[in-house]
Structure formats: C-alpha cells, structure tokens
Design a protein around this ligand. Structure first.
Ligand SMILES: *Cc1c(COP(=O)(O)O)cnc(C)c1O
Length: 395
C-alpha cells in the first residue's frame, strides 16, 4: 500500500528547498536568555520576544514553582467546566485594573495563547453581528488576526499599511451594521507603530470597534508598561485590546480587555475561549509576579535599559545594500532582499556565534527577506556592541 498524498507532499517539500524557503527548528538546551546553549553550541541570541528578560527571571521562575505547589500541574478542564482557578481570576482582575484607565468598564479574559485570543475576539464579534459585519484589516496584520477574520467568515476589506485616509474612505461607504477595524500596534516583522490615535478617531466617527493587538507593546510601551494605550493616552468604549503574556511578560498566554459587556459575550459565545482546556493555573500565578515586576521600579528600569540598547543599535552603521527599517521599538529588522542572501547573512552571523533568525515569505512579502533582530533588557551594551561588530564585518 502506498499513500499518493505523501508523494505530493514530498515533491512540494522539494520545491520549498529549491526556493530557499525551508524552515528549520533549532533546539535550545538552556533557558530563554541572551547567552544560551542551542544545537549544542553557545550562542548570543537576538531573536526572542522576551523584551524585558522575564522568561528566566528568578522571581518569575520561583512564582511558577509556587503556583505548581498551590494548584498542581494542569487545569483539568476548560474554564466553563471546572478549569477556572483562583490564579486565573486574580490575573484577570489585575489585568483589568491595569487597562481600566484606557477602557470603559474594563474587564479582562485570559486565553491560552494570543493566537486563540485573536480568533476568539473575531469569532465573538461575528457571532453577534449575524452576517451584517465588515472587518477592515491593516495589510501587515499578524497571521492570527488574518486567521481570526477567516474563521469569523466576515466580509473583509484590506487597507494599506498605516493608511488612515484610505481606511476613512472605506468606512464612509460601508453599510454593515457592525464595523470592526483590526490592527497590530507594533508590527511584528517591521517594528513600526500603527497610528492608533487616528484609527480610534475614525472608529468613533463611524461607530466601529477598534481591535488592537498589542503583542509587542504590552509590558514594553507606556510609562508603567501597560502598552500602546498608555503610551498614547487613549480611552474609549470602542476599544478591544489584546495583549500577549508570552513575550514581554515572559510566561505564556494572552488576554483580551474590553468593556465588561463584550467580555461577558465572549465568555458566552467565543468558541476559541470555550472549547479548550484552560492553561495551567500555575502559569497565571507566575504571571502575577511578572505583572508586579512590569508595573514596579524594576520594570521601569528594564524599559529604560531596553531604550538605551535600541538607541545603540539603531545608530550603528550597517553594510551597504542592506536596509534598516525605521523602527523605534525592540524589533529592529534589516531587509536584505532575496532568500539566498538572507540565509547567507544569517549563516555568517551564526559562524560568529550570533543567533538571528532569517524571516522569509510568506511571513513577509517575497523580495523583502530580512534579519529580524530583537533586543531584550537582558542584553548588555557589550552584547549589542558584539552584534554591531558582527554586522559590520558582513560588509
Ligand atoms: C506573537 C503574536 C501573536 C500570537 O501570540 P501567541 O501568544 O504567541 O499565540 C499575536 N499577534 C501578534 C502581533 C504577535 O506577534
């Protein structure tokens, strides 16, 4: 017996190789930190989203152990059956309190991952609109938002990157009762920040929701780390906010914060929330410690150090022919162009002990393959100096 589908897959995999698009996983043998052991080698990494260096923070690790001793290893069921624990409830209360200056009647809902939170938001909105809905999607949105829109089976209109004028025109001619604008706050592969203030003004004018995915802003942006809404000092009942907890917060999961009525609706109807086993309660317990660090003096100091590192890298020379994107965030991509060239650059940096991921299509448009360099407060200025020197030696 042979399975003919396997042959089709095998030949497609050969095509992937031929185009320089094979994706590989590396196996890390030590904790997520700048200096780590990966594939049997010591490397200096510039590719995690652990922006504040909390993934291996001793206090967060200790809190995770404490969470296990209090609540065990797993949750045992979904939130609506028996898997909702005190730590989940406390985490949601704390997150709602953090976001309450920016949202009206704020409540928060903890999800297993940001991917699922985005599916959950869009599914819940579409379920309430019964087909009379248009989603306006920023062209560089994260895959999880795009998949959420697909799952919701809503009508969708794409608007060009950060183009509020084009979006305004689209909103004007839209006759759907429910209108939803969806955007990343910090674009994950470019590092630039969406014009969220202008987007919110448009949404308020047109009675639309604004869904903001702050995966790369929560913990990092804003004076106390509450994210993009604090950074821009926005407040509105039209906002639906999604923050992830596996990036700057260093642990895992995500949350949606919005008006309590929308959160209540999600608990009733959002399938990606309802039909999955709740994340281990120990994670939520550890996250309470992450949030305490983010909100306190240490968080402030870590964000200030991260800003210094961003300045250090953003002002350093890079090889001719490479293009630095104008980012002020911890995501500092350098566009190289072809798949072959980016793989060559990434391999040359690896040979010098630097682990930087080459990002190619379909994650970014073909022809804009890039090194996605990310900085963390756990890096030292000496680490960044080593990176700058290695980049310089590629010229
Ligand atoms: C990482 C990311 C997500 C998904 O979050 P996970 O918790 O990793 O599933 C969603 N949106 C954006 C913009 C992201 O970068």
């Amino acid at each position: 017996m042979t399975n003919p589908s396997l042959q089709i897959l095998a030949s497609k995999l050969v095509d992937i190789d031929a185009q320089g698009l094979r994706r590989q996983r590396w196996t890390a043998e030590t904790a997520c930190q700048p200096h780590l052991q990966v594939n049997g080698r010591s490397m200096l990494a510039f590719n995690s989203n652990d922006y504040l260096g909390l993934a291996a923070h001793p206090q967060v690790m200790e809190a995770l152990k404490e969470g296990v001793s209090l609540y065990g290893a797993g949750s045992g069921a979904s939130h609506l059956i028996s898997g909702h624990f005190q730590s989940h409830a406390r985490l949601e209360e704390k997150l709602a309190a953090m976001l309450s200056p920016y949202l009206v009647s704020a409540r928060a809902l903890y999800f297993c991952t940001g991917y699922m939170a985005n599916l959950g938001i869009l599914h819940a909105l579409a379920d309430s609109a019964q087909g009379d809905i248009t989603v306006f999607s920023e062209s560089l949105n994260h895959a999880s938002l795009i998949d959420g829109i697909r799952l919701s089976r809503s009508a969708v209109q794409l608007y060009p990157h950060c183009d509020t004028q084009a979006l305004g025109e689209l909103l004007k001619t839209c006759t759907s009762k429910t209108k939803v604008v969806v955007t990343d706050s910090v674009f994950s592969m470019d590092g630039d920040i969406a014009p969220v203030r202008e987007l919110l003004t448009l949404c308020e004018q047109h009675g639309a929701w604004l869904v903001v995915d702050d995966a790369h802003g929560f913990g990092v942006l804003g004076d106390t780390g509450c994210g993009i809404l604090e950074h821009l000092q926005l407040r509105s009942p039209n906002l639906i906010y999604m923050g992830t907890l596996g990036k700057a917060a260093g642990v895992g999961g995500a949350f949606v914060a919005a008006h309590e009525t929308f959160i209540d609706w999600m608990v009733q109807r959002s399938r990606p929330y309802i039909y999955t086993t709740a994340a281990p309660p120990a994670l939520a317990h550890a996250l309470l410690t992450s949030l305490r660090i983010i909100l306190g003096e240490e968080g402030k100091a870590r964000r200030a150090h991260l800003q210094e590192l961003i300045q250090q890298l953003a002002t350093a020379p890079i090889p001719q022919g490479w293009e630095r994107l104008p980012s002020t965030t911890a995501i500092q991509p350098i566009i190289i162009g072809s798949n072959a060239d980016v793989l060559k650059a990434s391999a040359a940096l690896q040979a010098q002990g630097l682990w930087i991921t080459a990002i190619r299509s379909p994650t970014v448009p073909a022809g804009t393959a890039r090194l996605r360099i990310t900085l963390s407060a756990a890096h030292t200025t000496a680490d960044v100096a080593q990176l700058i020197q290695a980049l310089g030696s590629q010229a």
